[in-house]
Design a protein around this ligand. Structure first.
Ligand SMILES: *Cc1c(COP(=O)(O)O)cnc(C)c1O
Length: 541
């Protein structure tokens, strides 16, 4: 009954031999118990894993295959209704599949489309964003988690994830320099939710009645927060959600390296107080999204302490430098923050999402949420509820995200993460040097992590072209499809942004990228390109 067949063969020269046993006959209708049959799972998983292994093995320089949304919608609609017989002709591609089951053909077509559309994060052409190819082992564990289905807010449902969270907290606590038992670490679904949770803790700490009574009325000092100009937008959202109001965000000026400027800090906070604001929380960044700048955490912690402000350090991007002995000094003072976060799905190379939120004072980690819910919470703590995280995190059903990180840590050690981060930060420094040597490029900042922003500014660039020029180059690079980079505004002016997340990127790739930027930039100059509305530009291109 079990047969081997070539189920999936990509169109390239080499046939990809996929031996998948199939217990499903051709044209079978699928019954409920068959959908849950472990043999079917084995077939589907084998198919997927073989395709993934090939995907991981690709070495081509690829950015983004910008599919037309209309085409993609049509393909997806077709795949929804297609029996699988014609999966090869759906536009999903060049998939050539043959084998015993039309269902497997359809699955192969869908997976092929999935892997080929969108950003190719494993390619050295991908230098654009902060997410990246995950450590494959972590993805394997993620699959196990998806099947074991042990959500990790409650020990009862997920004993191992809850214990692993405790163990990983200790691992990080040691690196931070905190005493065992004095601090807390909570996993949460993304950096944005970590920001919200930390700011909620800060708010409840200062305004103890806010949880039940709402934010204080405006008669007294207005609750406010202070943030760097470059802070991530999740802070603004949180201010809106928490009833602080985005008008009550005090913007702290940044210095030439785009770190919160210490000289301006005192005057800015004094001015806020004079305006009747009670700045109860300051949000600093360990790796800003724009340029990867790390604020002067040590001095900010001191200032926050002196003014009785809660200090939250948004380390979604760069907090992970803590794992490297070489890079950790860049986070000097992070141990003094009341809270800080790390997006493990960014710079610890985990599948999304996996965020770690740290509290210096364990007690304060229970200050964000306060609920009674008899169906889950026990009135009194007991050994089976002592490790529950539900009182510290927003989620009720929470992905056991820590299992991916813990398993990878257990098998490969912290060194894997440290090595990769050191390489990527080193790459950014080298790239800066390379840029500085090319006269047509303008450097903007020395990289403090693995993000580097710059501009292509050829001498002959007509002034009327300057507006939108960098973005236009980025768009051309994206259309070209070999590289994928992003763009950002710095001091109101567009800039190109490169994020090194892939250790397969070499300086050679970066030089190729600069050549491509130069070529596209020159094309734009020759075309006498000027900025039009995005729609017009789209029509032209
Ligand atoms: C990415 C990022 C966030 C948001 O994190 P998500 O996990 O995407 O929600 C917050 N802060 C900084 C500095 C970031 O770079």
């Amino acid at each position: 009954m079990i047969s081997s067949s070539t189920l999936y063969a990509p169109s390239q020269d080499r046939a990809f031999d996929l031996a998948v046993p199939s217990f499903l006959g051709e044209g079978d209708g699928l019954r409920l118990d068959e959908a849950f049959d472990p043999r079917l799972f084995l077939e589907q998983a084998t198919l997927a894993v073989r395709m993934l292994a090939e995907h991981l093995g690709k070495r081509a320089i690829e950015g983004l295959d910008s599919k037309d949304p209309e085409d993609l919608l049509r393909t997806v609609r077709q795949l929804l209704s297609d029996s699988g017989e014609g999966a090869g002709e759906t536009g999903a591609g060049e998939v050539r599949v043959s084998g015993p089951s039309s269902m497997h053909r359809k699955l192969a077509a869908i997976l092929d489309l999935y892997l080929k559309s969108g950003i190719q994060v494993y390619s050295p052409g991908y230098m654009g964003r902060q997410f990246s190819g995950a450590v494959p082992l972590a993805s394997v564990v993620d699959l196990v988690g998806a099947i074991a289905c042990q959500p990790s807010s409650f020990y009862e449902a997920g004993p191992l994830p809850n214990v692993a969270e405790e163990i990983m907290a200790d691992e990080f606590g040691q690196l931070i320099g905190w005493d065992k038992g004095s601090f807390a670490m909570v996993t949460t679904s993304g950096g944005s939710l970590a920001t919200l949770t930390a700011m909620l803790s800060a708010r409840n700490h200062r305004y103890a009645d806010a949880w039940t009574g709402g934010m204080p009325s405006a008669d007294g000092a207005q609750p406010a927060i202070a943030v760097s100009e470059d802070v991530h937008y999740s802070v603004h959202r949180s201010a809106g959600i928490l009833g602080i109001g985005t008008d009550q965000i005090v913007r702290l000026p940044v210095d030439g390296a785009r770190r919160i400027c210490l000289e301006s800090l005192g005057p800015a906070l004094d001015a806020a107080a004079e305006r009747g604001l009670d700045v109860f929380c300051m949000v600093a960044s360990a790796g800003t999204t724009c340029v990867g700048a790390v604020d002067p955490l040590d001095a900010l912690a001191e200032a926050a302490g002196a003014r009785e402000m809660w200090l939250h350090v948004d380390g979604a991007h760069g907090g992970s430098l803590i794992v490297s002995d070489e890079l950790r000094p860049r986070l000097l003072g992070i141990e003094k923050a009341d809270t800080f976060s790390i997006d493990a799905h960014k710079t610890l190379f985990m599948p999304a999402s996996c965020t770690l939120l740290f509290y210096k004072d364990r007690e304060k980690s229970f200050g964000a949420f306060d609920q009674e819910a008899s169906y889950v919470f026990e009135k009194e703590s007991n050994p089976l509820t002592a490790l529950d995280r539900a009182k510290q995190n927003f989620e009720c059903t929470k992905r056991p995200m820590i299992m991916n990180l813990w398993t990878t840590w257990a098998l490969y050690g912290r060194e894997l993460f440290a090595e990769k981060l050191q390489y990527l930060c080193g790459l950014a420094e080298q790239a800066y040097e390379v840029l500085a040597e090319r006269p047509d490029f303008e450097t903007i900042h020395r990289p403090q992590t693995n993000i580097l922003c710059f501009r292509y500014t050829p001498e002959k660039l007509p002034p009327e072209m300057a507006e939108g020029f960098q973005v236009a180059i980025r768009d051309r690079i994206r259309e070209d499809g070999r590289f994928f980079i992003s763009k950002v505004e710095i001091d109101g002016q567009g800039a190109l942004r490169v994020v090194f997340m892939n250790h397969r990127i070499t300086m050679n790739h970066f030089r190729l990228l600069l050549d491509a930027i130069e070529a596209h930039g020159q094309d734009l100059v020759h075309e006498r390109w000027v900025r039009k509305s995005p729609l017009e530009n789209r029509r032209v291109s």
